[in-house]
Design a protein around this ligand. Structure first.
Ligand code: ACM
Length: 631
């Protein structure tokens, strides 16, 4: 079976490379794909056939009509009996394809999607849409297109059952419609889990009926423009009217919308750190009650060079205060009633302990409970939270800091500081989701800081594509899957959200869906470029960062600066100038040797071409900035 799969994958890659404009470009790469000869053409006389009365199967089939109506201007009759010139959606429990697998067969006469479960039909539909001309992504009717689908045979199922994308709506709030668009984009790439980061220092985003101040006070801060984390402290008279929250009715609507697309929503209530919005609403929850304001992007933490940090403002719930646990009981009662998903995420990350350390009540708690350090205090807190969550009938997940001070029984771990926390948790028999910041933190810059909006550091597409959720020697049953995380400190609107998501979220989708042995960087890049064409049709933004080089600076023996340019894709030439003029393809091209920076150089300008066409963006870096980059 394995050998057949490998052969099929090679066949796919070869077929993709040799057919030119009409190449099949499916992301994530299907497990088995055999390309044939000819095409099926969808027109107004084609029928959709749903071979069962299953309401979910019918819903999936109707989704094809929504896409056709939008881009092709017609929709298809939905019928029950098989016939030629139809697109069949067939629930077939006998197909050994698991809960999410499907088989898609296209012949010149018929398209058939077989799946044991409706989710498989849905993923078959996503693949079918990707087989159609890119104009299917258009928001308006496109005329004079033949809606052809290549003859193909696909058998497909995911490698992992947890294919997550996290959206932070606390740092910046996104409306119900904006979140629905995010869910639509997830579904295209066969993600099945949206991790909703609903609370943080900058906003509490979910109505909790028994605690109304959480959204009366906690959902609002002051609108600032510029660079988040460096904003000035708001004055007392600046209006606190920026932000928002989801009512429970709106959240139910989002849960339903996601479920129709076979996506679960996992809520995260991030405690005990990152809790300033809750504390601003109910100041008694901190160990240092006082007057607190929801953070508006002004500095809140001091990050030290050795990786430790202290809070400038007390943003942690107080572990020695019983009111905190009755507060959390109320919160988790409502959260558990609202979200059908089996897990609740309780955060647990980056909790500054400096205010706990000064608290006499925390000291008394440590003596009473025999806790020897602040890690054990946090572990005590996590243990209390886990009991609350268990009484609501849910499983608890937390960021990997919940390992510190002892991992509580039955907790699942989301490993973000690399894979090591996940490995440790799995070795102890706990369930794990891998989300290492080294590979899947898609809030980080996608290329060189000279061209990208500044975030903490860079994470290029090629590295994201190398994400491997399953470490060697670890029980695969305990690694539930992987997830990309989109933190939104520096994401101020949905256009930039799209820019940060794509194409790296395509790379993660492939890492969690496709067979490991089918991973092929050059082949992936070709498919990504085809998908860029689809994004243009959809008027969806993406980052072209893979065309830009990373600029590396070193020094020769005499202390002169040397430059190198690292491209992550093949076939590009990097042209540069040192005289502040705009380089084009007649300018010097970077070869294999480092380029000395002339003593009197003006800012360097760099741009990438491919076969005479500009593909990269013009980058400019001052000599002073180059000098700063040398260690
Ligand atoms: C995290 O990135 N603080 C989980």
């Amino acid at each position: 079976m394995k050998k057949a799969l490998i052969l099929a994958v090679f066949f796919t890659i070869a077929a993709t490379a040799f057919s030119q404009n009409k190449r099949i470009s499916i992301i994530p790469q299907p497990a088995v794909l055999r390309e044939g000869m000819g095409t099926f053409t969808i027109d107004a006389n084609t029928a959709i056939v749903v071979g069962s009365n299953d309401p979910e199967a019918k819903k999936v089939a109707a989704m094809l009509n929504i896409e056709l109506k939008k881009a092709a201007g017609f929709s298809l009759n939905i019928e029950n009996a098989p016939r030629k010139k139809s697109i069949q959606f067939l629930l077939s429990p006998e197909e050994p394809l698991g809960n999410e697998g499907y088989r898609l067969a296209v012949t010149p006469e018929m398209i058939s999607i077989f799946a044991p479960k409706p989710a498989g039909l849905f993923y078959g539909l996503q693949t079918l849409l990707q087989l159609m001309p890119k104009e299917i992504e258009s928001k308006e009717v496109v005329k004079n297109i033949s809606w052809t689908v290549p003859v193909v045979n696909i058998t497909d199922r995911p490698r992992f059952g947890w294919r997550g994308l996290m959206l932070d709506v606390s740092r910046h709030f996104f409306t119900v419609d904006e979140v629905k668009a995010f869910i639509d984009d997830m579904a295209r790439y066969k993600y099945n889990l949206m991790h909703f980061h609903l609370t943080d220092d900058q906003g509490w985003r979910l109505e909790i009926k028994s605690l109304p101040k959480l959204t009366e006070v906690g959902a609002w801060n002051v609108k600032k423009t510029g660079r988040f984390n460096y904003f000035s402290t708001p004055a007392a008279n600046e209006p606190r009217d920026f932000g928002g929250f989801y009512t429970q009715e709106q959240m139910k609507e989002l849960i339903r919308y996601a479920k129709d697309r076979f996506i679960n929503i996992m809520p995260e209530i991030d405690v005990p750190g990152h809790s300033l919005a809750a504390i601003a609403s109910y100041p008694d929850l901190s160990c240092t009650p006082g007057t607190y304001k929801v953070n508006s992007g002004e500095p809140i933490m001091d990050w030290h060079d050795n990786g430790t940090f202290t809070a400038l403002i007390d943003n942690a719930l107080c572990p020695s205060n019983e009111k905190v646990y009755s507060f959390l009981d109320k919160v988790f009662t409502e959260v558990a009633a609202l979200f059908p998903f089996e897990y609740i995420h309780m955060g647990g990350d980056e909790c500054a302990k400096n205010f706990w350390e000064k608290s006499a009540e925390v000291k008394a708690l440590m003596q009473r409970e025999k806790l020897k350090d602040m890690h054990e205090v946090q572990s005590y807190f996590v243990g209390r939270v886990s009991k609350i969550i268990a009484t609501k009938g849910k499983k608890m997940m937390g960021w990997d800091e919940i390992l510190e001070g002892g991992l509580v029984k039955d907790a699942s771990v989301m490993s973000w500081r690399g894979l090591k926390g996940g490995i440790e948790a799995a070795q102890k028999g706990h369930e794990v989701v891998m989300t290492p910041n080294s590979h899947v933190y898609i809030d980080l810059m996608q290329g060189d800081a000279a061209i990208e909006p500044i975030v903490y550091s860079s994470l290029r597409l090629k590295k994201t594509y190398a994400f491997e959720p399953l470490p060697e020697g670890i029980d695969p049953k305990l690694i539930k899957g992987g997830q990309a995380n989109l933190w939104t400190e520096q994401i101020y609107n949905t256009r930039h959200m799209q820019y940060m998501l794509w194409p790296r979220a395509m790379a993660v989708a492939e890492a969690v869906w496709s067979p490991k042995q089918s991973r092929n960087w050059n082949n992936f890049v070709g498919r990504v470029e085809d998908h860029f064409g689809r994004f243009q049709q959809a008027d969806r933004k993406y980052a072209p960062s893979m065309y830009d080089p990373a600029v590396k600076v070193s020094k020769d023996a005499k202390g002169n600066l040397l430059l190198d340019f690292e491209s992550e894709i093949d076939g590009l030439t990097v042209h540069y100038s040192f005289d502040n003029s705009f380089p084009d393809y007649h300018y010097p091209a970077y070869g294999r040797t480092s380029i000395p920076v002339p003593v009197d150089a003006a800012p360097i300008k760099v741009v990438t071409y491919r076969a005479g066409t500009q593909v990269g963006r013009m980058m400019t870096i001052s000599v002073e900035d180059l000098r700063k980059r040398v260690k």
